[in-house]
Design a protein around this ligand. Structure first.
Ligand code: F0G
Length: 482
């Protein structure tokens, strides 16, 4: 673990790698960013990467590969059927998770499509700690509904709780009884919980949840997309797990569940996904869906080069020195901003630093998307691209009214092994400036609103000329060229 001690300096997070290849960054002047923001319909998904200085939209598919991952791509075995690369990948996953069967898919949501198609039908319920956007979309598409049973404390922005992603066990029993066990398609545990700030779930809670599921004969599914951060938190925050290795913890977790799936755009530092199973019958019950939606069973829509890289990436995800990086940088960023008085989700979780837009932009009604407006302000004031995780990322109720999100977050993702500490300092500095000028930020509204997953492709406009006023104040502070 990079707990490097300093002689004169306070401890700071250390990069446990060195840079071998770089990508030049481009900082557009503020006036140009203003134009780009209008062109992008005030939606950071619509910005072009070349117009962005710090791309903190996501950690999905943008983590830096290691030299060993890159070199492994050369051994990729291209074959429509029976690729040796697939068998190597399957063997590595079995070594780590102890699950024999592997259904490959092109990314995490493809796994969700397969699982929902197999298990969800009209009226069925899927219980989880908290939903993820694509997970929920696949469940509701098929007429199912989602019950989110994260403990109430998980939704409190400022906290010292180590595992805010934990499921409330009393609510779980009550929900199973209300729905009846037969009507619960499966219980899904997301480790860690993306939409509430990358907050982890403890091993103890996973064990208790899966014990209850077993009692009622309900299938259990682990979404391991963000597992590497969660493993780090279990090791350092859960007393009974301190002496266990990351591999041991991973295996103990996998042993609890019937199914594990993941996005390899996150877990494994490459691009792809897979569903892992222990039970042969379950495997056969889904195998036909892979060639139908993804590709043949030995590549599932993935490039074999990526598969070779991820095999090495899976091993790297079992290294404490590697998986400590993300959470430690996030923790640093959260603590500095918290000390500056900026409302943050605390404690820092995995994935990224999360700003509490409900508090920062309390003057903007939720129907005018405070987190959506704040994320635009951060691009205007520093070229930082984050992601809205609030009402804008929800879908409307059937009657057309807004489904107001319980949290309004701006996520600044920390893709692994990508940014340095000085870049992190820049982000902290600009966020603080935006916070100090938050009264200048106004709302945004849709001018083009897709029905499903509207945050990806929707186009919006500011409700007034607040972006011009904000940029004018920014230029007065930092000059024309920043
Ligand atoms: N589950 C979780 C917990 C995720 O965070 C994601 C993706 C998925 C499933 C879907 O995986 O993108 O490979 O299809 N999260 C990305 C993000 C998109 O930016 O947080 P995917």
């Amino acid at each position: 673990m990079p707990a490097i001690k300093f002689y004169k300096h306070e401890p700071i997070p250390m990069e446990m790698h060195k840079v071998k290849i770089v990508q030049q960054l481009n900082l557009l002047p503020a006036d140009e960013r203003l134009k780009k923001m209008y062109d992008a319909g005030f939606n950071t998904f619509q910005l072009h990467n070349g117009d962005i200085f710090m791309d903190m939209l996501t950690d999905s598919g943008v983590n830096a590969m290691s030299d060993l991952m890159q070199s492994a791509t050369l051994r990729a075995d291209d074959a429509y059927a029976g690729s040796e690369t697939f068998y190597r990948m399957q063997a590595k996953l079995e070594e780590i998770f102890g699950m024999k069967y592997c259904l490959p898919a092109h990314q995490g949501r493809a796994c969700e499509n397969i699982l929902a198609t197999r298990f969800v039908e009209e009226g069925k319920c899927v219980i989880m700690n908290y939903h993820f956007t694509t997970t929920k979309a696949h469940i509701t598409r098929l007429g199912g509904h989602v019950e989110e049973l994260v403990k109430d404390e998980g939704l409190v922005s400022k906290s010292t709780l180590p595992f805010k992603g934990n499921i409330d066990l009393e609510k779980l029993e009550a929900c199973i009884q209300k729905e009846t066990p037969e009507n619960v398609a499966f219980i899904r545990v997301e480790a860690g919980t993306n939409l509430i700030g990358g907050q982890p779930i403890s091993y103890e809670n996973m064990k208790a949840v899966t014990d209850i599921a077993k009692k009622y004969g309900i299938l259990t599914v682990m979404d391991a997309s963000l597992l590497q951060d969660n493993l780090y938190f279990i090791k350092i925050r859960e007393e009974s797990m301190k002496e266990k290795s990351i591999r041991e913890i991973t295996r103990m977790i996998a042993d609890l569940f019937d199914i594990v799936y993941f996005s390899a755009r996150k877990f494994g530092f490459a691009r792809g996904g897979a569903i892992l199973l222990r039970d042969e019958e379950l495997y056969h019950s889904m195998e036909d869906l892979i060639p139908m939606f993804e590709g043949f069973l030995t590549y599932g829509g993935m490039s074999v080069k990526e598969m070779e890289a991820m095999i090495v990436g899976f091993d790297e995800s079992m290294e404490m020195d590697v998986i400590s990086q993300g959470p430690q940088f996030i923790d640093y960023c959260v603590k500095q901003l918290d000390a500056y008085g900026v409302p943050m989700i605390t404690p820092g979780g995995g994935l990224g630093a999360h700003l509490d837009a409900m508090d920062i932009c309390s003057h903007i009604p939720q129907e005018e998307y405070p987190a959506g407006a704040l994320v635009c302000a951060l691009y205007l004031c520093g070229g930082i691209r984050g992601m809205e995780r609030g009402t804008l990322s929800e879908e409307r109720n059937p009657d057309g009214s807004e489904r107001l999100s319980s949290m309004e977050l701006v996520r600044l993702a920390f893709p692994r092994r990508v940014f340095t500490l000085s870049q992190t300092e820049y982000v902290i500095d600009r966020v603080k400036w935006v916070y100090d000028h938050r009264e200048l930020i106004g709302g945004i509204h849709f001018v083009h609103e897709p029905k499903t997953l509207r945050f990806f492709t929707g186009l919006l406009e500011p409700t007034s000329d607040w972006p011009e006023k904000l940029v004018a104040a920014y230029k007065a502070e930092f000059g024309e060229d920043q």
